[in-house]
Design a protein around this ligand. Structure first.
Ligand code: SAM
Length: 249
C-alpha cells in the first residue's frame, strides 16, 4: 500500500538499522517511568508459571525493558528462575538496579534476538516458559521468522511461548494511518516519532511463523482493553493479540 505518509526506502532502512539506538535513547529519556508494571500476566496465564512437580520453573522474558513484567511476576511466583534480556544496555542496567534484584533469581543479559543466539545464555535443559510481551512488534516484518526460531530453539520440549502484542486494526494503527507525518514503512509497520518501530500482527501470519519454528498453537485471541494515557489524559480502546504456543519438536 503506497500512501502519502509512506517513508522513502532510505528512511525506512535507517529506522530499522538504528532500532537498538532508538530504544536505548528511549530508556535514557524515560528511565523507568514509561511502562506500567504488568500485573495482569499472572492472572491471565497462571498455569504457565508454575510446574505440577513444584520444581523451580525457568522463565525467559525477551525484550524485558526495565523489568515491568519480571518483578511483579516474581512477587506472586517467587519460585521462578528468571532469565531476561533486552538489546538496550540501559534497560538492562535498570533491571539490575531494581530494589528487588537478586542474582539468584534474576539473570539479566543484553541480547538482540534478531542477531544473537539465545542458547548461549540460558540453561541446557531449556526454558519452561518464554514470554514475548510487546517485543516482536518492535522488529521489522522480515526479521520475525528468524527471531521466532531463535526463541523456539531455547524452549524445552512442551515448553510454552506466551505472547501479547499489537493487532491489525488497533486504534494506534489507525492513528498512524491518519497522521500526515511520514511514518509508514509498509501496510502494518510504522515508525513512532522517537524512531522505534511498531508492527501490527494478524493471526494467520503470526501462527504460520510460530508453526514454522516448531511450535503448536494452544490459543490465540483478540483481547480488548481500555488503556489510560496518564500523561495525555486520554483513554483508548486497544485491541491486542494474545496467544500461547507449545514446543512440539
Ligand atoms: C514495548 S517494550 C516492552 C517491554 C516489556 N516486555 C514490557 O512488557 O514491559 C519493547 C522492548 O523490546 C526491546 N527490543 C526491541 N527489539 C529488540 C531486539 N531485537 N532484541 C531484544 N530486545 C528488543 C526494546 O528495547 C524494549 O525494551
Amino acid at each position: 500500500m503506497e500512501s502519502k505518509n509512506t517513508l522513502s526506502p532510505f528512511w525506512a532502512e535507517k529506522y530499522k538499522r538504528e532500532s537498538k539506538k532508538s530504544w536505548d535513547k528511549f530508556y535514557k529519556r524515560n528511565e523507568t517511568r514509561f511502562f506500567r508494571d504488568r500485573h495482569w500476566l499472572d492472572r491471565e496465564f497462571d498455569i504457565y508459571f508454575g510446574l505440577p512437580d513444584k520444581r523451580p520453573l525457568t522463565l525467559l522474558e525477551v525484550g524485558c525493558g526495565v523489568g515491568n513484567l519480571v518483578y511483579p511476576l516474581l512477587e506472586v511466583q517467587p519460585n521462578l528462575k528468571v532469565y531476561c534480556c533486552d538489546f538496550s544496555p540501559r534497560a538492562i542496567e535498570f533491571v539490575e538496579k531494581h530494589e528487588h534484584f537478586n542474582e539468584s533469581s534474576v539473570v539479566p543479559f543484553v541480547c538482540d534476538i534478531t542477531e544473537d543466539r539465545l542458547d548461549q545464555w540460558v540453561p541446557d535443559g531449556g526454558v519452561d516458559t518464554l514470554t514475548a510481551i510487546f517485543v516482536l512488534s518492535a522488529l521489522p516484518r522480515e526479521k520475525q521468522q528468524d527471531a521466532i526460531c531463535n526463541l523456539s530453539s531455547v524452549l524445552s520440549p512442551k515448553g510454552h511461548l506466551v505472547f501479547r502484542d499489537y493487532c491489525d486494526g488497533d486504534f494506534a494503527q489507525e492513528k498512524f494511518q491518519q497522521s500526515s507525518d511520514p511514518s509508514l514503512i509498509d501496510e502494518r509497520t510504522f515508525v513512532r516519532q522517537d524512531g522505534t518501530i511498531s508492527y501490527f500482527f494478524v493471526e494467520d501470519e503470526l501462527n504460520h511463523w510460530m508453526e514454522s519454528a516448531g511450535l503448536r498453537l494452544i490459543s490465540l485471541d483478540r483481547v480488548s482493553r481500555t488503556v489510560d494515557n496518564r500523561k495525555r489524559n486520554l483513554s483508548m480502546d486497544r485491541t491486542f493479540l494474545q496467544g500461547v504456543w507449545e514446543k512440539c519438536r
